[in-house]
Design a protein around this ligand. Sequence first.
Ligand code: HEC
Length: 397
Amino acid sequence: MESYIIDWFSLIFRWLHVITGIAWIGASFYFVWLDNSLENPPQWKKDKGIKGDLWSIHGGGIYEVAKYKLAPEQMPATLHWFKWEAYTTWLTGMILLSIIYYLGADAYLIDKQVADLTQFQAITIGLGFITFSWILYEALCSSPLGKNSTVIAVILALAAVAISYALAHLFSGRGAYIHFGAIIGTLMAGNVFRVIMPSQRALIAAIEKGEAPDPKWGAKAKLHSTHNTYLTLPLIFIMISSHYPMTYAHQFNWVILLVIVAITALARQYFVLEHKKIHKPSILFAAAAATLALAIAIAPKQIEVKTVAPEDKAQLVIDAQQIIAQRCSTCHSATPTDEVFTVAQAGVLLDTTAQMQQWAPRIKARTIDTHDMPFMNKTNMTADERMVIARWLSTLK
Ligand code: HEC
């Protein structure tokens, strides 16, 4: 019953998180595009202080957008701010993290083969990483180094390597990836909260007082929003990564994570330039080539299995079924016995040989190509047993 209720909370907050995330990223993509697509306005608009304008059509209506160099002659009665998209994405994300990975730490976050942590230790480490990463990032950007965006980028890249390595050696693969994502999400929402919003408030206050805004805010806001621009696509990969064990369940999952973060940030660079009318398709090709190289580099090794003599086949099916009954059916059965996973996980039933055959390609992917199943090897499947499964799979071709 308990896991049933938790599943509902997880469903609702995941749904909210996706919606708010779309709103946040959608708005930020839209404004980046807007800013880079502004055109030189006619003189009469320039006289009003407008520095760029843009016309568009959407949903059956024509829109005229004008961006002011500083401020309109009169401040409008309603000015729309975009902040709740960011805050609610972060909040729902943290709630989701707590529901899945903290309440369910024993199932999802702790992998005893990586580090034998208690639930309390795992949660403290997880929250500690998120909090300290944010504090360090803030301190770094506010320090004199913050003036040099290249130096900052190099330091952040080195920190990312250290964090990815550390997380992968403390948590399950999924747990490590999601914490890396939570750190990125926290930096991004923190940038909105600590820098982008205050700089906008300072701008409005200065305009209302008829003063020139402090240029310090402009530079700060630019550095932080540049970071947000490049962090968006990596974060989206991490959000969906838990479906792809070839990444998080690999021996070098932390390197793979860093490589994918770099590739997705590179893809973003293409769009940033494209918006500025600089066409560099080579960047996209480079990202695609790097993806291909990664896919080849981490491709599962085909393990050698002895050819199975026809007369041994019947026994092999019996052996395989017995292993699956013992190691998999606790979670993948019409009547699961696992105390956490109380319904057949992912709808995969492995009670009969017909069902085993139906799922054979996925059994290979999750048990032989990666060792992602049994889940965290909770049922202690041995290497010999995997070999028996591999041999049985080889007879199905
Ligand atoms: C402790 C519980 C547990 C055990 C034991 C377990 N699984 Fe799973 N399995 C899960 C969970 C949770 C999911 C859903 C999440 C996911 O897909 O990673 C899942 C999903 C799957 C999927 C569907 C996802 C896909 O890639 O199509 C397959 C296939 C699978 N498991 C195979 C196996 C096999 C084979 C074994 C035994 C060698 C096994 N599982 C043992 C918990 C378990």
